[in-house]
Structures are given as structure tokens and as C-alpha cells.
Design a protein around this ligand. Structure first.
Ligand code: FES
Ligand code: FES
Length: 169
């Protein structure tokens, strides 16, 4: 089948099997290897991307569902004005060790903090990040980084602005 969709603002036209996973399309067809494969069955969050403003596990999305969808990967986020703040805060809090899970956590962080006007609580972060697994850090440093980001009004403003710009193209 031929499908048309957008990845990081770029129009994509692809002839693929309807069952091919978005994760494989991103990594193999488009060379976007920042999105990782962990479990391959929707349990680890390493493959998290944004699709039409929702975070999804790209290992669970078949090509069949992609027509006209807007996909954003971690490579696209690198152009967002908030990216450096997120990268710095994660690193300064020691929230990155091997880094395998981090692109998934970053996508989930953006999804959580978008439209958040007050700092998020530990419980909210834990609940929201329940679908993202990390084998290295023990989570407390990641939670601290996300809390620090949520306490920074400028960061929240940037996320909302970047988000609007991305999804209103
Ligand atoms: S690889 Fe998709 S959730 Fe684990
Ligand atoms: S930093 Fe290694 S799996 Fe999370």
C-alpha cells in the first residue's frame, strides 16, 4: 500500500506493507534511529513518539494507521526551543546513564508538561511515566529532572509554544 504522512514536519510518501510498524519505518526507511526498540510489545516506552499530539508506542502502530498523521520523533524535538533546557536538566540531575530509554522519556515529559500550569507532583510524574522503563537510573533522578522542568515557567511556556508550532504546520 502507498501511505502519506508527516514526520517532523516533512511530507512522507511510502510504499509499505500495511503491517509494517511505525518503529521500523522510522528507523529503517527514514533513518531516524533516535527512536529505540526495547520490548517490541508496548511495555517499555523506548519507542515513544508523538502522533497527532498524543504519545504512542511506535512498535504498536502499523503503517495502516498512518495516513495523514503527524508524527514527531526525538530528532524533530531537537529543533524545538525547549530542547536544550530539557537536555541540560536531564544531564545535570544525572538522569541519563546508558541513554537507551531517554528519547522515550523526553517525549513523555513533553506530553506531561504541555498545558501544565502548576508544578507536577511526584505521583503525577510516576503515573504519567508508568509506560516508560529505565534499567539504569532507578527513576528518582528522572523524576527530579522532570520536577525541576515543571517548576520552570519559561520551560512550560516554551513547550506550549513549540507544541503549537509543530502541530499547526
Ligand atoms: S519497544 Fe515499543 S514499548 Fe517497548
Ligand atoms: S539510562 Fe539506561 S535504560 Fe535508562
Amino acid at each position: 500500500m502507498v501511505t502519506h504522512f508527516f514526520v517532523n514536519g516533512k511530507k512522507i510518501k511510502l510504499n509499505v506493507s500495511p503491517k509494517k510498524r511505525l518503529l521500523d519505518i522510522l528507523r529503517d526507511d527514514l533513518g531516524l534511529t533516535g527512536t529505540k526498540e526495547g520490548c517490541g510489545k508496548g511495555e517499555c516506552g523506548a519507542c515513544t513518539v508523538l502522533m497527532d499530539e498524543k504519545r504512542v508506542n511506535s512498535c504498536l502502530i502499523p503503517a495502516l494507521q498512518l495516513e495523514n498523521k503527524q508524527i514527531v520523533t526525538v530528532e524533530g524535538i531537537k529543533d524545538w526551543s525547549v530542547y536544550k533546557s530539557i537536555e541540560r536538566t536531564y544531564i545535570e540531575n544525572g538522569a541519563v546513564q546508558c541513554g537507551f530509554c531517554i528519547s522515550g522519556f523526553v517525549m513523555s515529559t513533553l506530553s506531561l508538561l504541555k498545558n501544565h500550569s502548576t508544578p507536577v507532583t511526584t505521583d503525577q510524574i510516576k503515573k504519567s511515566m508508568g509506560g516508560n522503563l529505565c534499567r539504569c537510573t532507578g527513576y528518582s533522578r528522572i523524576i527530579k529532572a522532570i520536577q525541576e522542568l515543571s517548576n520552570n515557567e519559561k520551560v512550560i511556556q516554551k513547550i506550549n509554544k513549540d507544541w503549537r508550532n509543530e502541530f499547526s504546520r
